[in-house]
Design a protein around this ligand. Structure first.
Ligand SMILES: [Zn+2]
Length: 61
């Protein structure tokens, strides 16, 4: 039972990364992923996706 829950959590945690990576080329940096923001023009990646929090944040927008 616990094991199944863990697997579900891992799968859920990866969801946002998979969705976002359809639009943005993501690189794993530690436990987060970073890439270039799809919402504004930038040369250095300031768009962070956190699988833990199931959230993304752009530090440039
Ligand atoms: Zn942005």
């Amino acid at each position: 039972m616990d094991q199944n829950n863990n697997i579900a959590q891992i799968k859920e945690a990866l969801d946002i990364v998979q969705v976002v990576s359809n639009y943005v080329e993501l690189k794993q940096t530690g436990k987060n992923f970073s890439g270039r923001c799809p919402f504004h023009q930038e040369k250095t990646p300031s768009f962070i996706v956190s699988p833990d929090l199931q959230r993304y944040k752009c530090f440039g927008c």
